[in-house]
Design a protein around this ligand. Structure first.
Ligand code: UDP
Length: 377
């Protein structure tokens, strides 16, 4: 089976790495990796291939500047050319970025079956570009891989046939569990930053709705300045750009912040593992926090990862000062920490293996085909 995998952004390299690893170990696959170039800095792209021992992509489109329409439009044109040349049996896309929708759309228009990893997630918020991308990609896919029963039920309620869905765990959990020892023992991050275990918070921020809105970004940074904690903050290039543009750099000058460039995966995992709490607007980090049993405060108004909220590992605090401070106070209380359910709803680290076997099985049984009769009968 010839499979063409499309990636472009940091979380995709991480969630696809365990799958690529499985595919490379199986002689029945031929793999072609296509990188759209969405993320291009060394520490937002290349480092993940070297740290995770994944071969570099076969081609890189280097598409990373412009509006959403310009990016998706150019990706569509270039991805189509490669699909025509490579003639894969299926295209695998992951998550919810512009690379995901562009890859899925280019493939299905050429009648190449699309496999969508992380299907069925919804924030029910069309202000988020990610929600548009993930919803449309689900509805053009032939095999929809979900990570929870909530996601499976969402797809069924939207008219997707149950036989097109395959539910298993999450490959980001595979990634973190399989690399934890290496990260905890190998990384020197804690020592280099002069930190002790559990005496700091870890922050990431990059969602468009937080960082493109000056007032919202300012409110978050002002609130973080009020906390009595050291806050390690690896700054995403997009956010750095916005902070400079809005002239908010003064809010990062206090003693609270320990600023770094975006970090490699192993260094970042070490910081996650030993943080007292994680504050983030990332999708993946909410799951990683649960996996590492570290309380998470999500700086968004909604989340697709509803299980983390239900189990009490994660609190939605938006950008509101009172909510953020209350969440920190809540997780500071030992009695509250004891109420948290830490068992992992996203699998035990073996999901990629199961997924790759399922893909091959469906292909061999001639079930990986373009959907017809897509409405509920
Ligand atoms: N990550 C990393 N270095 C960093 C910040 C994050 O390796 O400096 C990893 C993190 O462990 C997780 C992924 O990047 O696996 C999350 O990516 P991101 O937050 O960019 O995207 P999202 O998950 O929100 O789509």
């Amino acid at each position: 089976m010839k499979i063409l995998i499309i990636s472009g952004a940091r979380p995709q390299f991480i969630k696809l790495a365990p799958i690529i690893d499985e595919i490379l170990q199986n002689d029945e696959f031929e793999l072609y990796q296509l990188h759209t170039g969405q993320h291009f800095d060394e520490n937002m792209s290349k480092i993940f291939f070297s740290e995770l021992n994944i071969p570099l992509p076969d081609s890189n489109l280097d598409i990373n500047r412009g509006t959403h329409a310009e990016l998706v439009g150019r990706m569509l044109i270039e991805i189509e050319k490669i699909l025509i040349e490579q003639k894969p049996d299926a295209v695998l896309v992951a998550g919810d970025t512009n690379s995901t929708i562009a890859g899925g759309l280019a493939a299905v228009k050429l009648q190449i079956p699309v496999i969508h990893l992380e299907s069925g997630l919804r924030s029910f918020d069309y202000r988020m570009p990610e929600e548009i991308n993930r919803r449309l990609t689900d509805h053009l896919s032939s095999l929809l891989i979900t990570t929870s029963s909530t996601a499976t039920e969402t797809l069924i309620s939207e008219g997707i046939k149950e036989s097109w869905i395959f539910q298993t765990g999450d490959t980001m959990v595979d990634g973190i569990l399989n690399n934890l020892d290496r990260a905890v023992e190998g990384s020197k991050m804690l020592t280099n930053l002069g930190l002790e275990e559990k005496d700091y918070l870890l922050l990431t921020l990059h969602r468009q709705e937080n960082v493109d809105d000056k007032e919202r970004l300012k409110a978050i940074l002002e609130t973080l300045n009020e906390l009595n904690y050291k806050i390690v903050y690896p700054i995403h290039p997009r956010t750095m750009n916005r902070i400079q543009h809005f002239e908010l750099g003064y809010l990062l000058k206090s003693e609270n912040f320990i600023l770094t460039d975006p970090l490699g995966y192993l260094d970042f995992i070490q910081l996650e593992k030993h943080a007292k709490m994680i504050l983030t607007d990332s999708g993946g980090i909410q799951k990683e926090a649960l996996t590492l049993k570290v309380p998470c405060i999500t700086l968004r108004d909604n989340t697709e990862w509803v299980e983390t909220i239900e189990q009490g590992t994660n609190i939605l605090a938006g950008a509101e000062k009172e909510k953020i401070l209350a969440a920190v106070t809540y997780f500071n209380n030992r009695i509250n920490l004891e109420k948290i359910k830490w068992d992992n709803p996203y699998g035990d680290g073996t999901s990629s293996k199961v997924m790759v076997q399922e893909i091959l099985k469906r292909f061999k049984e001639d079930k990986l085909t373009i959907p017809t009769h897509y409405m509920i009968e």
